[in-house]
Design a protein around this ligand. Structure first.
Ligand code: GLN
Length: 276
């Protein structure tokens, strides 16, 4: 966080004030890594790059985020939401390269790389101890998935010789550890590898968020099936550094505005065919 003064600027409603503040921040900052972080006043926030909402995610979690095979650009519900969010803040969304899901919270906490992690990320107490989480924007549950034709059940999968793939550091991984305590849980980098592994027989099942398994089974992994829908009652939020409370407030306001002006509903219909 210490070097944020060099890379961040202060967002304000007035360009002139922003310039003055940026100049002021510039005079305070130097290569001295001991320089104090810029204190943002009410309604102000810092950004790692001026004019941009810099976003990180794990881009293997469709339909929330994935990489368009043709363009290599990130696409998905969270990407569209970030664009609208940025627009409501007078910014432009800028997505960095995909990173491991379990590195997202530490990256936001460390500061300096990205302003937000938007990753279908469940709001949990453990995460809230590390970073701020925005107000919720999507409800979610878990699901247990096997290959079509498999006779496995929740009970039969709870055995040492059964391999259950999960995405490392996720609430699905936590659920599997708790509810399939005798199974062999295999943490993977992403859920697409888990789905491929269940298809090829490397794993007997996988646990992941229900909106993701439903979407994938409908659109690409038609030979997988959901054998349990698990009502965990999760809610997704955006992760923001605790050093940037002005940004959390601004994002919560923008989310509320998006609910009011219909932009959130439009994105829900685009990706899920209906308002959620
Ligand atoms: N919602 C789950 C979690 O927060 C999974 C998120 C993901 O894999 N991108 O842990």
């Amino acid at each position: 966080m210490k070097d944020m003064t060099r890379r961040s600027f202060i967002a304000t409603s007035s360009a002139a004030a922003a310039m003055m503040l940026a100049a002021c921040g510039g005079s305070k900052s130097s290569d001295n890594s001991e320089a104090p972080a810029v204190e943002a006043a009410d309604g102000e926030y810092t950004l790692v790059e001026a004019g941009k909402l810099t976003c990180i995610s794990n881009l293997y979690f469709p339909p929330f985020e994935s990489m368009d095979e043709k363009t290599g650009e990130p696409v998905g519900f969270d990407i569209d939401m970030s664009k609208s969010l940025a627009e409501h803040l007078g910014l432009e969304a800028n997505w960095l390269a995909s990173q491991a899901f379990d590195s997202l919270v530490p990256t936001i906490k460390a500061g300096g790389t990205a302003d937000v992690a938007i990753a279908g990320m469940t709001i949990t107490d453990a995460r809230k101890a590390e970073v701020d989480m925005s107000d919720p924007y999507v409800d979610s549950n878990q699901s247990l998935v096997t290959k079509v034709g498999s006779e496995e059940t929740l009970d039969s999968l709870n055995a040492a010789e059964k391999k259950i793939a999960v995405q490392a550091g996720t609430t699905g991984a936590d659920w599997a550890a708790e509810n399939l305590p005798d199974a062999t849980i295999v943490p993977l980098d992403d859920i697409i590898s888990a789905m491929n592994g269940v298809l090829t027989g490397s794993y007997d099942g996988l646990v992941t968020d229900l909106p993701v398994s439903s979407y994938q089974i409908k659109n690409s992994f038609t030979e997988l099936q959901i054998i349990e829908e698990i009502p965990t009652g999760e809610q997704y939020g955006i992760a923001i550094s605790k050093d940037n409370p002005g940004l959390t407030a601004a994002i919560n306001q923008a989310l509320a505005d998006m609910a009011d002006d219909g932009s959130m509903a439009e994105i829900q219909v685009k990706w899920f065919g209906a308002e959620l």
